[in-house]
Design a protein around this ligand. Sequence first.
Ligand SMILES: Cc1ncc(COP(=O)(O)O)c(C=O)c1O
Length: 369
Amino acid sequence: MSGRPSDPPLQFSPYVPGTAEEDIPGSPEGERPLKLASNENPLGPSPRALEAAHRALQQSHRYPEGSGRLLRQALSRKWKFPAEQILLGNGSTEIVEMLARAFVGKGAGAVTATPSFIMYRIAVLSANGSCREVPLKNQRFDLPAMAGACDESTSLVYVANPNNPTGTYATKAELEDYFGRVPDSVLTVLDEAYAEYLDQADYPSGADLLRQGRRIIVLRTFSKAYGLAGIRMGYALASREVISVLDRGRSPFNTSRVAQAAALAALEDQEHLQRSRESNRFGLQFLQQALASRGIRFTPSVANFLLVHCEGPAETAYEALLRKGIITRPLAPYGLPNSLRITVGTDRENRRLLAALEQTLQIPGPGAF
Ligand SMILES: Cc1ncc(COP(=O)(O)O)c(C=O)c1O
């Protein structure tokens, strides 16, 4: 039983998700609410994924195949790892939690960075582990400091590559240097939630590092470039040993029949993935140029979102944008009270955002585009 008077209070705040579109009215001009708060794919799901999900719904009275065998086999062909090295999760967040449950607690802890994806900390503290958070350096992971923060009690290091909320990434050379420093006993969690958006030549492949025998688990998701955030499907690539430890603690039907079918079809729809990538590349470049030309400060990003820095509390800009029907993410929970995280939208959405930002921040009007 939890909640006994003698229970110590949990030393962390709950995860704060982005405001939902259903919870706000549209703009005063009658436009629909625009959600740019949770790094979702503005193009929506692949039509093939939707069709497969509909078909799977008809078998909803039957439990799914618990391990997602067909999807794991497809991922096995894609990554050239045996299916025994692949585990599915109800979103990659579930695997973040499974890792904490399996590897921390009872004196063992984890290292991560701050600011980074808040669920690492929440998962580790929920599992009664200790969590050391190493500050970013120049908005990027300070990997030597993270390796240095590990001691004999450290079992996990969580590295988001690229990082949320900064959109910055660790290079191949930086990760190689890190693996030269981190103790062999540590399992490094390389969270590649946004990897599909990157084509930088020096972006490291977690799968290659795993093949080279690094002690690593790679997390991937269908929530971002594959456009299935609402369906919930993520996966991990790791050694047979690590996967088998996690699999023993997995709840028997952790991913649904519908999610497995949709993800399998999405994986096969490379055209939709390619369109999503191109749309993001175009939108990211457009937004970065437009913000720079208006003197709005931001952290250059490689992902599908931008960290925008305000002159004062970002809550003010968040509220003002909300009144125009646009939902962004104020980052006080990440310890960045003056920053907003904004997801790259479609071209039309990005232009609506810019127009609203201009009015909100009272910066010079268009002209540049
Ligand atoms: C770094 C990172 N990892 C994981 C996730 C969550 O992914 P999923 O929807 O697969 O749980 C996010 C979502 O924002 C993220 O930013």
